[in-house]
Design a protein around this ligand. Structure first.
Ligand SMILES: Nc1ncnc2c1ncn2[C@@H]1O[C@H](COP(=O)(O)OP(=O)(O)OP(=O)(O)O)[C@@H](O)[C@H]1O
Length: 383
């Protein structure tokens, strides 16, 4: 390559630096630039897509075109789009797996990724909303964030993050052989059981038995190309069922956040999910109270579901074992529901909303180790 003309080298570098939107690595690094030639100001660039019908083909082609056109003295760009052959694809998938030919759980053992499982005692308490917003808040800080939706009873993460197609179904991830590329929303790489259900059979997963659920979670941890993550959040099914046990076995180093509403009925069962996590060797790192107390715009206190549930769960778990370092209350805010319904989490839609500010506090508490929010009151108000 050393006898390459400077302009050809400049075009090669420019197109090689284009990022694949799904793999989030440069085309040069991925071996997707086949050849580059320049003849009298015309750049001819051959690119190789990973699979035929790649949903990102148009975008990649355009990005390559723009990158080449940005090189001085290039007046025209021709892009020839091809597809990798089996051998090239296998080489790529092996490289993406860090040299491993066979898929393996990338989050087991000595991973640098923090794994945080978000759990609750019962359904409908706001666990998925917490997971989605926490993911968005952490990604907004520049962390590489993955989100695994393991909630077979209500895989709401794709909807909460706007990953639905025109029929309102969870988008399907692209596959490169047996490697699954997680769709990205709000800078978070997302994989959900809902993305793999046959249209019309979305409810079938609810009746999955333990081994099937275990296999699916195991496959997600091995086959999904998350790349190097700072944090992997897992939206757990509510309760103390099979998924919690599977995650406990597959990811014993996972930290656990317990979500509860302020009511005592919800907080009693939340304690149980924290106890189970500990029995599986995991550390309960915090309790998040959702739909908590706040103030109406005129300053009148507003407690639609009472108050104190989060602190009560943290206190009970602290008495029963290690102290739980983080307790955060996310105030009730209609904007949270509106954001969730429209696929625009409040942490993206309005970072000044009271609930968004509380999610920020949670993100800070989690990523400044040793910091405790316990007992600290957050600035709450309802608009
Ligand atoms: N802080 C909040 N303020 C207002 N509404 C909220 C808040 N948190 C969650 N909600 C709303 O509560 C409802 C239930 O939330 P969510 O789906 O996150 O619960 P969940 O515990 O994940 O339920 P499941 O496990 O059954 O899927 C949603 O309509 C959501 O918008």
């Amino acid at each position: 390559m050393s006898d390459e003309a400077p302009v050809t080298r400049a075009v090669r570098e420019a197109v090689g630096a284009v990022t694949d939107p799904e793999l989030r690595r440069s085309l040069g690094e991925l071996g997707m630039i086949r050849d580059v030639r320049v003849d009298e100001g015309v750049a001819m660039v051959g690119i190789l897509l990973t699979i035929a019908g790649c949903p990102m083909a148009k975008r990649i082609e355009q990005d390559v075109r723009d990158a080449a056109a940005g090189v001085h003295s290039i007046r025209e760009v021709q892009v020839d789009v091809g597809v990798m052959n089996d051998e090239e694809r296998e080489e790529l998938t092996t490289r993406l797996r860090g040299g491993r030919v066979k898929p393996a759980n990338r989050f087991a053992g000595n991973t640098l990724t923090r794994v945080i499982a978000v759990t609750s005692g019962k359904g409908g308490v706001g666990k998925s909303t917490v997971t989605a917003n926490l993911a968005v808040a952490l990604a907004a800080r520049g962390l590489a964030v993955g989100l695994l939706d393991a909630d077979v009873h209500g895989f709401s993460i794709p909807g909460l993050l706007g990953l639905l197609d025109e029929h309102g179904r969870a988008v399907r991830p692209t596959r490169v052989d047996d490697l699954v590329l997680p769709p990205v929303a709000h800078d978070v790489k997302v994989i959900s059981i809902g993305m793999f259900m046959r249209p019309g059979a979305e409810d079938a997963a609810v009746s999955w038995r333990g081994p099937m659920l275990h296999k699916t979670i195991e496959q997600f941890l091995a086959d999904v190309y998350f790349g190097d993550l700072d944090v992997l959040l897992i939206d757990m099914p509510p309760g103390t069922g099979d998924a919690a046990i599977s995650i406990g076995h597959l990811l014993p180093q996972a930290e656990v956040l317990v979500v509860t509403t302020p009511q005592s009925a919800a907080s009693d069962v939340a304690v149980r999910s924290g106890i189970l996590a500990r029995q599986l060797g995991q550390r309960v790192i915090g309790v998040v109270e959702t739909m908590g107390p706040g103030f109406l715009a005129d300053g009148v206190p507003f407690e639609p579901f009472g108050s104190g549930g989060g602190a009560a769960v943290a206190a009970r778990l602290s008495v029963l074992g290690d102290a739980v370092p983080i307790t955060v209350s996310i105030p009730f805010s209609s904007a949270v529901r509106v954001g969730g319904d429209s696929g625009m989490p409040i942490c993206s839609a309005d970072r000044d909303d009271v609930a968004a500010l509380a999610f920020e506090e949670l993100a800070t508490a989690l990523f400044v180790r040793g910091t405790s929010l316990a007992g600290r009151s957050l600035p709450l108000a309802i608009h």
